[in-house]
Design a binder for this molecule. Structure first.
Ligand code: NAD
Ligand code: DAU
Length: 346
C-alpha cells in the first residue's frame, strides 16, 4: 500500500496524474492537497471523486502553511509526496512574480522540511525544462547541464530544484526530480497557448502569436508526462533528475497550423503581436535517461495537438465559465495594449 500526497492535484497536470495513478495502481491511495488558486479547479477531479471514492481524498490547503501540511501528513499517514503545486504561467510571472517566489521556492522548502521531520518521506519534485534556459544550436538539455533560468517563473522553479537537491545531499532525503516539456491536453487553463488559441478560434477571435512565432517548444501530451513521472517515482534512482519530453521540438507557427487545420479555421485568425519579455527561443531536452527506465512517449506533437483540440471542442462546459471570469481581466492586462506587428521580427 502507498499513501501519496499530491500537492497541486486540482491543476492541469496534477489532476491528470491523480487519475493516471489511481487507474494504474490499485494499491495506491491519493490525497490531493491544493490551495485552489485560479488554476486549481474541483471540476478537474469530479470523475475521480466518483470513480475512486475509497482511495481518493481532497484537502484544501497552502503548501506554504507548515502546520497545515504537517497535519495532512499525520492525518492520512502519508509515505510519499509528489509536488505539482506551483504558480506556472510565465506571462503572470512577468506581471507579478511575488506568488511565484512564495509557492515555488518557499512552498517547496516547507514540503521538504515536513518530509524530513516525518522520518524522511519519499519526495518527488515536478519541475520543468525552463530551468535550463533557452537552448542554443542543436544541443538537447541533459540532466547534468547547469540551470540557467531566464524568467521569474523559471528562476523560482530552479530555486525549488536546488532546495530539493540540497535536502538530499545534506539530510539524505529520498528525492527525485522530473523536468517536463510543454504539456498539452485536457483541463489546461486557457491562459496557456494551445487552449488559449483553440478557445479563441472557436470564438472567432485572433490568435496572438508572440513575435515571429519561430520559437521552438516540445509539445507533449499530458498523459505521457504523467506516465514519465510515475516511472521516475517507481524506478528512478534516488537523488537523480530525469527529463520528460518527446526529445523533439516544433515551432509555434507549425503548432498553430495544425491547430487551425483540426478546427477547420482560417490562417487569417493569426496576429503577430509584440513579443514576451525575455522570451526563450528554444527548449529541447535529451530524454535518454528516462527511456532507459522503460518509459516511452505514445503521442507525437501532431497527435497531441489534435487530441487536445478535440477535447476543448467537446468540453465547452469546462472552459466557457473560466473564460467569462477572472480570465477576462487577465486577458485585458496581457493582450489589451499589446501592439500588432506588421513585419514580425525574430
Ligand atoms: P496549473 O497552474 O494548472 O496548476 C497548479 C496547481 O497548483 C493548481 O491546482 C493550484 O491551485 C495549485 N497551487 C498553486 N499554489 C499553491 C499553493 N501555494 N499551495 C497549494 N496548491 C497550490 O499547473 P500545471 O501546468 O498543472 O503544472 C503543474 C506542475 O508541473 C508545476 O509544478 C509546473 O511547474 C510543472 N510543469 C508544468 C508544465 C506545463 O507545461 N504546464 C511543464 C513542466 C512542468
Ligand atoms: O516548457 C515547460 C513550461 O511550459 C512549463 O514549465 C510552464 O508551466 C508552462 O506554462 C509552459 O511555459 P511556456 O511559456 O512555454 O508556455 P505558454 O503556453 O505560455 O507558451 C508556449 C509558447 O507560445 C511560448 O513560446 C510563448 C508562445 N505564446 C504564448 C501565449 C500565451 C504565444 O505566442 N502567444 C500567447 O498568447
Amino acid at each position: 500500500m502507498q499513501t501519496m500526497l499530491v500537492t497541486g492535484g486540482a491543476g492541469f497536470i496534477g489532476s491528470n496524474f491523480v487519475r493516471y495513478v489511481l487507474e494504474q495502481h490499485t494499491d495506491t491511495t491519493v490525497v490531493v492537497y491544493d490551495k485552489l488558486t485560479y488554476a486549481g479547479r474541483m471540476e478537474n477531479l469530479v470523475d475521480v471523486a466518483e470513480n475512486f471514492a475509497g482511495r481518493y481524498h481532497f484537502m484544501q490547503g497552502d503548501i506554504c502553511d507548515a502546520p497545515a501540511v504537517n497535519a495532512a501528513l499525520d492525518q492520512f499517514g502519508i509515505d510519499t509526496i509528489v509536488n505539482f503545486a506551483a504558480e506556472t504561467h510565465v506571462d503572470r510571472s512577468i506581471l507579478d512574480p511575488d506568488a511565484f517566489m512564495r509557492t515555488d521556492v518557499y512552498g517547496t522548502y516547507v514540503l521538504l522540511e515536513a518530509a524530513q521531520k516525518h522520518g524522511g518521506l519519499r519526495y518527488h519534485q515536478v519541475s520543468t525544462d525552463e530551468v535550463y534556459g533557452h537552448i542554443h544550436g542543436d544541443h538537447r538539455s541533459l540532466e547534468t547541464d547547469c540551470m540557467a533560468p531566464r524568467s521569474p517563473y523559471a528562476a523560482s522553479k530552479a530555486g525549488g530544484d536546488h532546495l530539493v537537491n540540497a535536502y538530499h545531499i545534506t539530510y539524505g532525503l529520498p528525492i527525485t526530480i522530473s523536468r517536463g516539456a510543454n504539456n498539452i491536453g485536457p483541463y489546461q487553463y486557457p491562459e496557456k497557448v494551445v487552449p488559449l488559441f483553440v478557445t479563441n478560434a472557436l470564438n472567432d477571435m485572433h490568435l496572438p502569436v508572440y513575435g515571429d512565432g519561430g520559437q521552438q517548444r516540445d509539445y507533449q501530451y499530458v498523459q505521457d508526462h504523467c506516465a514519465g513521472i510515475d516511472m521516475v517515482l517507481r524506478r528512478g534512482v534516488i537523488g537523480e533528475s530525469y527529463n520528460v519530453g518527446t526529445g523533439k521540438e516544433m515551432t509555434n507557427l507549425r503548432m498553430v497550423e495544425i491547430l487551425l487545420d483540426e478546427l477547420g479555421k482560417p490562417a487569417s485568425l493569426i496576429r503577430h503581436v509584440e513579443d514576451r519579455a525575455g522570451h526563450d527561443r528554444r527548449y529541447c531536452m535529451n530524454v535518454d535517461k528516462l527511456l532507459a527506465l522503460g518509459w516511452e512517449p505514445e503521442y507525437t506533437h501532431e497527435e497531441a495537438i489534435r487530441a487536445t483540440v478535440r477535447w476543448y471542442v467537446a468540453n465547452p462546459w469546462w472552459w466557457e465559465p473560466i473564460r467569462s471570469g477572472e480570465f477576462k481581466e487577465y486577458y485585458q492586462r496581457v493582450y489589451g495594449q499589446r501592439k500588432t506587428l506588421s513585419t514580425p521580427a525574430a
